[in-house]
Design a protein around this ligand. Sequence first.
Ligand SMILES: Nc1nc2c(ncn2[C@@H]2O[C@H](COP(=O)(O)OP(=O)(O)OP(=O)(O)O)[C@@H](O)[C@H]2O)c(=O)[nH]1
Length: 393
Amino acid sequence: MHYWQMQPIPAKMAHLFQLRKPSVRIPQPRIPDKWLAAFESDTDLVEQRVAIIMAWVVLITMPMYQTSHHLRNVDSEGLWMAELLFRIPGVLCGLLTLAALHFGRPQLPARALLRMLGISVMVMILALFLIHYRDHPDNMTQLSNGLVITFFGVTALAIRGLREWCLVFLTPFVIFLVIAPFAGIPRAMLLPLLFDPMVMVVITLVATAAVRHLRIREFLARQELTEIASTDQLTGLLNRRPMHPLMVHEVNRARRTGTPFSIVLGDLDRFKKVNDTYGHEAGDLVLQETARRLQAAIRAQDIVCRWGGEELLILLPETGPEGAGQVAEKIRAAMDDAPVQTGNEVIHQTISLGVSSFRPDDTVTTLISRADEALYEAKSAGRNRVVQADQPG
Ligand SMILES: Nc1nc2c(ncn2[C@@H]2O[C@H](COP(=O)(O)OP(=O)(O)OP(=O)(O)O)[C@@H](O)[C@H]2O)c(=O)[nH]1
């Protein structure tokens, strides 16, 4: 039997594997508030990629169309100049997009670049439509084909959905419909020319909604897996895995900006005795209650993780030795002041804590090792106390 055949799917993840009845509607899955920021940066990444691809498409196709008039039976000096004029903004937007996204930090968000690309291409094709109709009303097949291609491309750019599509596609299109009769094109003449392009718009809208739906589901599954992989199942705290990158981030920030930060390493005192005396289940309850008290003692921006068995690590951003000492003492008191009730047992559980604060020559390893030494000192000095590696100055 294969490994995967033997493993039950955890209840928390079961919905990810459920087979659903296909539905005609494409309801977009709801993204929980806690993941909105992550989804925003995910969307930005998708938009960056789409913007780069679209910029290349524009930069390749615009010169191609500009130099192929004789092949497309629209050879005329006046038209050539007019087309060049309306293609220049699209080409400039393409170049700006590539410059912004390929080289260095993008100064403009990908969303703004996509809007610029979409609107410039829409304005170009609709203006060319008006100009061509004035000069060659009997030869509009080429332009109708151009509309199909452009409507598809611009509709596909609206990664964020209908509101974005209204801005890049619908607004220029409605303006075009309003001014077309004034430019000499009766609305009745427009219908046959716009029929195929509009069918293409509907198909693309449905396809992009389906892709967006799949993307959101894939994002939610990825986030849930990441959360499961970085959470300690017993206490609900973060586990050791995501803590290292967070501390590296703080070390880099402290070096760059000079902002202090500290860590507190806590270890439950004589916890083996709790397990031996009251049983493992009672020990688990003590760990859960400890996690709850720790979280109540720290600020929202502080991060607490289960570092090992009965060891906890607290990261205190923007906190120097003095503040860190106060937080550690608060945690010590939170455990010492009230016993933990586990069923019938009342357990007086204390904690020892070692504190270290960032020094300019510190790495994550040296910082942890100083907190560890301080914790060892706290244990040697009798437990239920705080020892600071860096004395408040
Ligand atoms: N119940 C329970 N116990 C755990 C868990 N993880 C680690 N432990 C126990 O924690 C105990 C740690 O014991 P020691 O490392 O000897 O330290 P201690 O008894 O706390 O003594 P000091 O640290 O010196 O004060 C061991 O008995 C582990 O089995 C857990 O998830 N649940």
